[in-house]
Each structure stands twice: as structure tokens, then as C-alpha cells.
Design a protein around this ligand. Structure first.
Ligand code: FAD
Ligand code: NAI
Length: 505
């Protein structure tokens, strides 16, 4: 009886304690305190973008050092790794975004967040022009501001290789609206196939989903589509479910070229079991309204009827990035993106522009992992630069007032102080950026995931249900806030209990 009483009390105390802590953290997040105002003495730091690189920078940056202005056409951060889950309704779109102000309102000095798209950067005069391109605009919708430092973190856009019909007829998987658009289109195909009197051939076409690109995005999306089909569509559309087909088209000899051979084989065999067709060495040449045109491994051309095409064939630089590079033609010569030095300074931009993430051309893959490590690193660099600047100002003041110092002792003390400030400044040394790879993870459907993890100078390759649980917990802990973790966790439970919603908005 004593044991039961102790157990009961311990459970109660733990429950009350956890609820109390949870409530305290959420309320602290919801009600940020007062912030220091902008200081005209401080330098202006403009951050372009609100994605992985920019958000990681803002989280780590000590804003007391600068007047910070964030400019992005989206006033939120998007957790891209879970975007394919939104496309099939496993997650609510709002669960994987975080308003940028939820980060900046907790910083020491106020940060100005502007929902606008940068349209021009003048790296010589250090100005940036941006415009409000949203539906509602005020009397002023475009303006130009000066910057001392610019952090360029605008990411990349979808690469279409100018293949005919891609922009007009395919869905993408890059932004939140892409996932929502794909979900609508997918359900439209299913409902149209269910329309009475539809010919068998037309039903087959409508229920054929083609994913282009066997990189991680295409593979994860195919896996998620398969889950939707197995877990939900079979129950609600029993007459159609057996007819839904998923085909993944990849130009290279295998999918997931960045993963180990063992995991590629594992993915291919899982897809085979899941009845997802993989066409390798096959290149999409055109996307039509009701079909895709393929160049097969033997170079023959085939037209494959389908209801939906999702284009996940990689990234290319944004026009803004190309325009910026064109302004520094002698140094910016890499077509893949901005060239930066080891300290992430854009080459040729007078040490005033830093570039991070997918907009750069480095030896690193364009991943969230790289962008977020670069953002955190740059925040530390900017902190050091601010410290150096403060010491420089202090030195200037001390040196210019030394002649007014009277008395031998006082003069000695002033000289010693100057020396100490000089030493402190000399000690501030910038270290080059170093990337630490934490491994690669990808979901492949059927509650299975694959992981290539660095371990003791080697790699562990693992795949299966345990890896899937690891994948879930890794992404849950990587989500930037308790709010998002709670929302995503709740969505997972809801889908387990009630299934995915098959209504079409
Ligand atoms: P982004 O995160 O794309 O941010 C760019 C920002 O710039 C955005 O806020 C955008 O609105 C803003 N912007 C655009 N134009 C302008 C403009 N003109 N002016 C101002 N701002 C502008 N990587 C991983 O490591 N692991 C994963 O599991 C993973 N999964 C992914 C899943 C999907 C579906 C996708 C599409 C990508 C995934 N990635 C993953 C890759 C990862 O998302 C990118 O590498 C990462 O987003 C790059 O960060 P970034 O800051 O450079 O760019
Ligand atoms: P990607 O560039 O990795 O893959 C695109 C694929 O499309 C390539 O394999 C390419 O050969 C193929 N392709 C291009 N044109 C084609 C055509 N016309 N026909 C057929 N195939 C064609 O792009 P993805 O998957 O969007 O990934 C972008 C970046 O984001 C990568 O660095 C990736 O590592 C990262 N990412 C990481 C994830 C993870 O770690 N789980 C998930 C998603 C993305």
C-alpha cells in the first residue's frame, strides 16, 4: 500500500511539475519583454531571407551589437524537411512554420522585420532596394535603405532546365503553397477518377502520379504518397485504391546518389515492395497537361499518361543572385552561386556582404544542415566584428585624449590602457567556417527511414523501422520551438487516431 501511495504521489508531482514548466515556457514565449531601441551609433545589419540560414543567424546573434533589419517576402521560417508530410495531409501546414517575429521579439535589441522582396543590391554604395509584392499595398510599396553589413541568405529556386511545360503543368515541392497545391491537385485527380462513367484508360491516367527527380525530395515525397494511399485512400476509395500508381523518374543510374550504396539498395527494394516504380537513366523531356515525355535509357522517346507530375529536380540560383553576381563580374564567376571566402564573405564585396546557404557555390551540399551551421557561425563572426569595432572606437578616443592627460602617473596609466585595448583587439581573431556533418536522414515510406551517420571516422548506414523512429525524434528535436514540436507531435497522434483528411479544399 505504501509503495502504491509513493508511486501515486510521485506521478502526481511529476505531472503537475511538467504541466507547470510547459505552461511557464509557453507563456514566456507568448509575452516577450521590452527591447532596447535602435541605436544610431550602431551599424546597420540587413538580413535577407527568413529560411534556414537567416533564422539560425537570428537565433544566435547578439542584437545588442547592431541595428538589425530582416527583409523577406515570407514573414515566417519554413521547416522544409517535413514539407512532403504536409503535401499528403499528415501534417497541418501551420505546424511547420514559425513566424520570424517569434524569434526576433525575444532578442535584446529590437529587430525590424519587413515583409518584402529585395529587388536590387548595390554592393558599391551599400544599398538595398525592396518592394512589398503582397496582395495589399500601402501608399509606399518600394524603398531603398543603406546597410553596413548585409547577410545574403535568399536560398535558391526550383531548377526547371527550361524543359517545356514544367512551369505550366507540374507541381513543385519547395514552398508551403507548393505542398498545399499538390495536395489539392492529387485529391482532384482522385475525385475526377471517381466521376461516374469515366473510361478505364482515363481512370488509369488520372491515378498515375509521376515524381521527377530521385534526390531526397523526390524519394521522400514518393514514400509519403504511398503511405497516404495505403493508410487512408484504400479505406475511403476502395474501388480506386488498387489503380493508383506512383512512378519516380531519375536521370542518373540510381536514386539518392548522395547516400551509401547499401541504403540506395534498401530504398529501391522498399519501393519495389511498396509498388512504387523507379525509372532510372530516364530523363523527362517535356511535361504536358496529361502526360510526361520521357527519354528512355535506350534514348527512345516515350509518352507516359499521368494525372499529376511533381517536379523535384533540384535547385538553381535566384534572379536576384544572378543580378548581384553580374555587378561583380571579375570575382563572381561561378554560375552555381555566390563565391565566398572561408569566412563566408562574398568575394569582391568590400567585406560588407556575407552569403550563406543555398545561394552560395561552395564544396558543401545545399542542405539545411549547412545553412544553419553557417548562420550560427556568422552570428559569432558578427559578434567578434562588433567587439573589434567597439575596441577600435575606444582606442581612437583614448589616443586622441592622451595629450590632455596631465601628470606622469596618469600618463603612464593612459598608455597602459591603450596598450591593453590594443592587445584585446589583436586577440580577436576570426576562425574560418568549419562544417561538421551530422549525417543524412530520409523517410522512404512504410514507416521506414534511412540514415547515413558519421561514426568514429567512418559511417553507419541504417534503414528500417527503428531508423524511422530516430528520424521522427531527430526532426522533432530540430524543430526550432516548443510550439512547433507540440503542433507536429499532435498532428502525428491525430493521424494515427483518425487518419489523414481526404477532403479537397
Ligand atoms: P531557404 O531556407 O530557402 O531560405 C531562403 C529565404 O529567402 C526564404 O525565407 C525566402 O522567402 C527568402 N527570399 C527569397 N527571395 C528573396 C528576396 N528577393 N528577398 C528577400 N528574401 C528572399 N536539407 C537538409 O539538410 N535536411 C533535410 O531533411 C531537408 N529536407 C528538405 C525537404 C524539401 C522538400 C526541400 C525543398 C529541401 C530540403 N532540404 C533539406 C534542403 C534545405 O531546405 C535547404 O538547403 C535550406 O532551406 C537552405 O537554407 P537557406 O537559408 O539557404 O534558404
Ligand atoms: P537533388 O538535386 O538532390 O536531386 C534532383 C534529382 O533530379 C537529381 O538526381 C537529378 O539527376 C534529377 N533530375 C534532374 N533533371 C531531371 C530530368 N529532367 N529528368 C529526370 N530526373 C532529373 O534535389 P532535391 O532532392 O530537391 O534536394 C535538394 C537539396 O536538398 C539536396 O542537397 C538534398 O540533399 C537536400 N535535401 C535533403 C533531404 C534529406 O536529407 N532528407 C530531403 C530533401 C532535400
Amino acid at each position: 500500500r505504501n509503495f502504491l501511495q509513493i508511486l501515486g504521489r510521485t506521478t502526481l508531482i511529476t505531472l503537475v511539475g511538467t504541466t507547470g514548466a510547459f505552461y511557464y515556457i509557453t507563456q514566456r514565449e507568448r509575452h516577450p519583454g521590452a527591447q532596447m531601441p535602435f541605436d544610431p551609433e550602431k551599424k546597420t545589419l540587413v538580413v535577407l531571407g527568413s529560411g534556414w540560414g537567416a533564422t539560425s543567424l537570428l537565433k544566435t546573434l547578439d542584437t545588442a551589437d547592431y541595428n538589425v533589419v530582416v527583409i523577406s517576402p515570407k514573414n515566417y521560417f519554413l521547416f522544409t524537411p517535413l514539407l512532403p508530410s504536409v503535401a499528403v495531409g499528415t501534417l497541418n501546414p501551420r505546424s511547420i512554420i514559425q513566424p520570424t517575429r517569434y524569434v526576433t521579439r525575444h532578442k535584446k535589441r529590437a529587430v525590424s522585420v519587413i515583409e518584402a522582396e529585395a529587388s536590387d543590391i548595390d554592393p558599391i554604395n551599400k544599398t538595398i532596394t525592396f518592394a512589398d509584392n503582397s496582395e495589399i499595398q500601402g501608399q509606399v510599396s518600394t524603398t531603398t535603405i543603406p546597410y553596413d553589413y548585409l547577410v545574403y541568405a535568399v536560398g535558391a529556386e526550383v531548377q526547371t532546365f527550361n524543359i517545356p511545360g514544367v512551369k505550366e503543368n507540374a507541381c513543385f515541392m519547395k514552398e508551403l503553397h507548393d505542398a498545399e497545391n499538390m495536395q489539392r491537385r492529387f485529391m482532384d485527380c482522385v475525385e475526377t477518377a471517381a466521376f461516374p462513367g469515366q473510361a478505364t484508360e482515363e481512370v488509369d491516367r488520372l491515378l498515375h502520379m509521376v515524381v521527377v527527380g530521385g534526390g531526397p525530395t523526390g524519394v521522400e515525397l514518393s514514400g509519403e504518397l504511398h503511405d497516404f494511399l495505403e493508410d487512408d485512400l484504400k479505406s475511403w476509395y476502395p474501388e480506386l485504391a488498387g489503380k493508383i500508381r506512383i512512378t519516380l523518374v531519375e536521370a542518373l543510374p540510381s536514386v539518392l546518389p548522395s547516400f551509401s550504396k547499401q541504403l540506395i539498395n534498401y530504398t529501391e527494394s522498399t519501393f519495389k515492395e511498396s509498388k512504387i516504380d523507379i525509372l532510372t537513366k530516364t530523363m523527362v523531356k517535356e511535361v504536358k497537361e496529361k502526360s510526361v515525355v520521357l527519354q528512355m535509357p535506350d534514348k527512345s522517346i516515350q509518352e507516359m499518361p499521368c494525372g499529376m507530375v511533381v517536379w523535384a529536380a533540384g535547385n538553381k540560383g535566384r534572379k536576384l543572385t544572378q543580378d548581384l553576381m553580374a555587378k561583380l563580374p571579375t570575382t563572381q564567376t561561378n554560375r552555381r552561386g555566390l563565391l565566398v571566402d572561408d569566412y563566408l564573405r562574398m568575394q569582391g564585396a568590400q567585406d560588407s556582404i556575407f552569403a550563406i546557404g543555398d545561394c552560395t557555390a561552395t564544396s558543401y551540399a545545399p542542405t539545411a544542415q549547412v545553412a544553419s551551421q553557417q548562420g550560427a557561425y556568422l552570428a559569432r563572426v558578427l559578434g567578434s566584428l562588433a567587439k573589434k569595432e567597439n575596441l577600435k572606437n575606444m582606442l581612437h578616443q583614448l589616443e586622441s585624449s592622451i595629450d590632455q592627460v596631465k601628470g606622469e602617473e596618469e600618463k603612464k596609466a593612459a598608455v597602459a590602457e591603450i596598450e591593453s585595448v590594443r592587445n584585446q583587439s589583436a586577440k580577436i581573431k576570426l576562425r574560418p567556417f568549419h562544417y561538421s556533418h551530422q549525417g543524412s536522414l530520409a523517410y522512404i515510406g512504410s514507416e521506414k527511414a534511412i540514415a547515413d551517420l558519421p561514426f568514429m571516422n567512418g559511417n553507419i548506414a541504417s534503414g528500417g523501422v527503428a531508423t524511422y523512429l530516430f528520424w521522427r525524434s531527430a526532426y522533432l528535436s530540430t524543430l526550432f520551438s516548443l510550439r512547433n514540436r507540440t503542433l507536429v507531435g499532435t498532428d502525428w497522434v491525430k493521424v494515427k487516431l483518425f487518419g489523414r483528411d481526404v477532403s479537397r479544399e
